[in-house]
Ligand binder design. Structure first.
Ligand code: MG
Length: 448
């Protein structure tokens, strides 16, 4: 079992993820990447500077040459790993967690984040001799954000956006999105209004997770300013959600479904057809699979967690990757979720028709979530009971993470939480009553 690495790298408050632990983990990470060339970035949290310095010490003492890109969004760092041909990358970030949290996200040479399992291999190298008595050198690389903007611009038709000038309200949540989003959207030709668009590691404007409740100001400003859309990112900019021109919140799964439609629409203008599979996690709305089906694409499901999603896209044959919380992978640019390329694609799509019109192409489902208290042993037993019952009933299931049962117009997943003492049950159906019925039925089966 990994002691420090979870699904999304190492996370903790400064008394848990101390500078000393950050140095030791970074040294082990440097050893894991065999003293190669390492990229280093951080988000704007207040503890970022001290953890950054600890990471520099750890990596360089493992013999790594460190290319420090400074404060940058996670998608920027993940894109730059490939561009600068680094052997790996450490990003000091806690994504959407509250401001007192921070974390270490480790990314490999292809831009894929290290999972809990690979994290165990890093932990096995903790406090082992590394670097052979030689420290690597540290260099600064100042232009990462501009290089990332240059990459994104290459993937959208800026001419159309400059002509149409869509009016977009952005809410950077005081995170690293503030460093790139305003500049990118201006450069694309959008008219922008901005909220919380200066970096502040205390996240004074709103909590960092772009949930519907947290982006009320954005929704209000989209409506009062008659804007074409609103966009909000999480703290490190890999996740993105939209608001349509009527003030409707567009949840993460729908952002992914729309992205699939937009990529297919662009290919059509090039007389080309979408190819490959749509990759997503078992917690994602069936709307994604439905949209994929209309384009004759198959859907491949992965365990929940960005590293698993990226690993599956990296295996090849993927049209796109995406997860339910609004993270979209555009494999033509990067194997990591990129909330800014996704935002640029929205600007391009608005040149064709309003966002609410695009949303008509995404099927509507209702969902219901419950959680049942259970300790580690009970969690296992509950999931096993559901698996046994679905086998007995000969139902269609996916068992990469708990058990997801697929019906014609609905599905339900029963899975053990990785971090808390709960079994989570989540159902989606064409009516709320049916979704409720499913969670109750499967809750009953789980309890035994
Ligand atoms: Mg994030």
């Amino acid at each position: 079992m990994a002691r420090y690495f979870g699904t999304n790298g190492v996370r903790g408050r400064i008394d848990e993820l101390t500078p000393e632990l950050a140095r030791r983990l970074s040294q082990a990470t440097g050893a894991y990447f065999k003293g190669g060339k390492m990229l280093l970035a951080r988000d704007c949290r207040l503890t970022g500077e001290v953890l950054h310095d600890a990471a520099v010490a750890g990596l360089a003492s493992a013999g790594c040459d460190v290319m420090d890109i400074g404060i940058a969004s996670s998608p920027t760092a993940e894109f730059m790993v490939k561009k600068l041909k680094a052997d790996g990358c450490v990003i000091i970030t806690a994504s959407h967690n509250p401001p007192e949290w921070n974390g270490l996200k480790v990314v490999d040479a292809s831009g894929v984040a290290v999972s809990k399992e690979r994290g165990e291999d890093i932990e096995a190298l903790l406090d082992k001799p590394a670097g052979g008595g030689k420290a690597g050198k540290v260099t600064r690389h100042e232009s990462a954000t501009d290089e990332h903007i240059g990459e994104i611009v290459r993937h959208v038709r800026t001419g159309r956006i400059k002509k149409k000038k869509p009016k977009i309200v952005i809410d950077c949540g005081n995170g690293t999105a503030a460093l790139i989003a305003p500049k990118l959207l201006k450069c694309l030709g959008c008219v922008i209004l901005s909220l919380n668009s200066h970096m502040d590691g205390r996240f004074p404007g709103r909590p960092s997770e772009p949930s519907e409740a947290n982006v009320k100001d954005l929704i209000a400003l989209v409506k009062s300013s008659n804007a074409d859309a609103g966009i909000a990112w999480d703290g490190d900019g890999d996740r993105v959600i939209f608001v349509d021109e009527r003030g409707g919140y567009v949840i993460g799964d729908k952002v992914y479904a729309l992205s699939i439609l937009w990529k297919a629409a662009r290919l059509k203008t090039q007389n080309s057809k979408p190819a490959g599979d749509v990759v997503t996690t078992v917690a994602t709305s069936k709307a994604v699979e439905d949209v994929a089906k209309t384009l004759n694409l198959k859907t491949r499901y992965t365990a929940i967690g960005a590293p698993y999603l990226s690993e599956e896209v990296a295996r090849g044959g993927a049209f796109m990757g995406g997860e339910e919380v609004g993270g979209v992978i555009w494999p033509e640019s990067s194997l990591a979720k990129d909330g800014f390329l996704t935002a640029a694609k929205l600007a391009e799509a608005l040149c064709e028709k309003p966002l609410s019109e695009w949303l008509k192409e995404v099927p509507v489902y209702f969902n219901v979530k419950i959680k049942l208290e259970a300790d580690a042993k009970a969690k296992e037993e509950m999931v096993a009971r559901v698996k046994a019952e679905t086998r007995k009933r000969k139902l269609k299931t996916i068992e990469v993470d708990g058990v997801r049962v697929n019906f014609k117009d609905s599905w339900v997943i029963v899975r053990a939480s990785g971090t808390e003492n709960y079994v989570r049950i989540f159902a989606e159906a064409k009516s709320e009553a049916e979704a409720k019925r499913l969670v109750q039925e499967y809750g009953g089966i789980a309890r035994g």
